[in-house]
Design a protein around this ligand. Structure first.
Ligand code: COA
Length: 258
């Protein structure tokens, strides 16, 4: 598969994936998601790869799921396609560590994508949020489950219910982000961490990842399933159509609770 929305390279034992859809702030459209899945498959199959770094641009990690692409979608289409669960599953299955190097916005699916990774290293200007509620939907790629596990119910609830963003500082204090670094050092720090991991025993690295994840996974699947069903169900509401239309038409949304 030729990649158009991501940049994919291998630097010795490290696979580096850069989201590269700048005009749409790395919004996750279907094609970008397919490319990510395909890149992960390649990296999984390559025994020389020990660690992966996933990043965006210096301005934005990702502004989330592609709203334009989803605007006209029905419940049936979303449920039948479900490409987001493909990427979520690809991350769940991936046994080598993945480091997210985040600069700028990580919103909606962008925040969820970062949280699918094992370690988030963030630039000091980065910010995180789950603004789906203002579009008439809820998070659909793990945000309600993973953010709650990362930062606790109080902060996660406020972010999901109001769309409030978290600054890099708060994200680091709350445990969402493992480390903050100046923007100019972001990729160097992420690559240094990846190289450190690559130099460690690969089986132990896999085992460490598997066991740390096990600590988090109790009942995660149940939560994700409920979330996914409700995410799809939101496409049966008028407020979803209105919220997404208003976004693309660059006007205030008028929600009617239907
Ligand atoms: N899906 C599709 N397109 C998106 C997008 C998304 N999630 N986020 C941004 N874009 C597009 C904009 O429509 C715009 O396209 P245009 O130039 O063709 O009009 C372009 O990316 C630039 O976005 P803009 O909003 O003008 O940039 P900004 O710097 O003023 O604001 C954000 C940046 C990230 C704060 C803002 O784009 C935003 O809030 N995006 C939506 C985030 C979101 O709700 N994500 C959850 C999706 S379920």
């Amino acid at each position: 598969m030729a990649f158009k929305n991501i940049n994919f390279e291998i630097k010795e034992h490290i696979g580096v994936i850069r989201l590269d859809r700048p005009r749409k702030l790395n919004a996750l459209n279907q094609q970008l998601v397919q490319e990510l899945v395909s890149a992960l498959r390649k990296l999984d199959a390559d025994d020389s790869i020990r660690c992966v770094v996933l990043t965006g641009s210096e301005k934005v990690f990702s502004a989330g799921a592609d709203i334009e692409e989803m605007t006209g979608k029905t419940f049936v289409e979303m449920y039948a396609q479900d490409h987001f669960s493909e990427i979520a599953e690809a991350f769940l299955k991936f046994r080598k560590p993945i480091i997210a190097a985040v600069a700028g916005a990580a919103l909606g699916g962008g925040c969820e994508l970062a949280m699918m990774c094992d370690i988030i290293i963030a630039a000091e200007d980065s910010f995180f949020g789950q603004p789906e509620i203002s579009l008439g939907v809820i998070a659909g790629i793990g945000g309600t489950q993973r953010l709650t596990r990362a930062v606790g119910k109080a902060k996660a609830m406020e972010m999901h219910l109001t769309g409030r963003r978290m600054t890099a500082d708060e994200a680091e204090r709350s445990g969402l982000v493992s480390r903050l670094v100046p923007l100019r050092k972001l990729m160097d720090e992420a690559m240094a961490t990846a190289n450190k991991i690559a130099a460690l025993p690969p089986l132990a690295v896999k085992a460490a990842k598997e066991t740390v994840n096990r600590a988090e996974e109790t009942s995660l699947r149940e939560g994700l399933l409920v979330e996914r069903r409700l995410f799809h169900a939101m496409f049966a509401t008028e407020d979803q159509t209105e919220g997404m239309k208003a976004f693309t038409e660059k006007r205030q949304a008028h929600f009617r609770g239907r």
